[in-house]
Design a protein around this ligand. Sequence first.
Ligand SMILES: Nc1ncnc2c1ncn2[C@@H]1O[C@H](COP(=O)(O)OP(=O)(O)OP(=O)(O)O)[C@@H](O)[C@H]1O
Length: 303
Amino acid sequence: MTMEHGEDCCVKVAVHARPLIGDEKLQGCKDCVTVVPGKPQVQIGTHSFTFDHVYGSSGTPSTAMFDECVAPLVEGLFQGYNATVLAYGQTGSGKTYTMGTACKEGTHVGIIPRAMAALFDKIEKLKNQVDFQLRVSFIEILKEEVRDLLDPATVAAGKVENGNGHAGKLSVPGKPPVQIREGSNGVITLSGSTEVHVTTQKEMTTCLEQGSLSRATGSTNMNNQSSRSHAIFTITLEQMRKADPIMASDGMPIEEMNDDYLCAKLHLVDLAGSERAKRTGSDGLRFKEVFTSTEDFWPLATS
Ligand SMILES: Nc1ncnc2c1ncn2[C@@H]1O[C@H](COP(=O)(O)OP(=O)(O)OP(=O)(O)O)[C@@H](O)[C@H]1O
């Protein structure tokens, strides 16, 4: 996982080690990664690798991951800092689980649902002083094609099997595909992707759930329900200071917003698997997906 924060413009890398699951246990697999106690370091054979954080296994409990890595980025949004959280790893390593992209009721709460909860908590505290506008977009990049997961026509149509092992979106006649454009100011925009205005956590959760259902999935040797695309869930927070702020009634100190208007984005990215084709059975179509999608982000991932 990678995080960027405006304060010292750093990129941080955290490892989330998942336990052995179902088939791996049945096959008698053994953990090959050990966490060095008290250090953000993992050992594979004789090699040691040091990161900013290591969660899971005998490292820091996974429950601390949101508070230590992502909560400061959500806070940063309110000061106008953009941030990105990326989950990277091979198929079945736990990216979707960690991000909470396949958010289903009653299941593990991942980074995205927790980020939403933190965002709305903070908005609730500041709503007397600041007007907030929230928008979300949810796109996937599959084989160099950008798909809009919140396209109302797709959401209404639900999931379809396209015959290639992908449960993907229906293409909507007449709707131009999403285009990646760079403006004269250097800002990258996705022209044609749906931005949904939301006012409640429930509405935002619905966007995540509906978009997740439209995402392309397929099966690899390592994951029956494998996400075959990069999915990017973007939250845009606009803040306008109220002309005549009302003081909080609970006696809490009121935070100052230095600017009259701020706009910041949080990108939450669940990347496609970075696997090597041979081990994961990513032949044919699966192989093409990995080589045309993951390499764009991570030129070294498949070398
Ligand atoms: N920390 C964890 N604890 C328990 N189970 C986990 C954990 N992480 C992942 N899993 C389980 O492992 C399986 C694979 O996880 P997941 O689908 O998130 O992998 P992925 O990296 O997104 O794979 P792909 O790239 O193929 O989409 C799932 O059944 C998931 O529930």
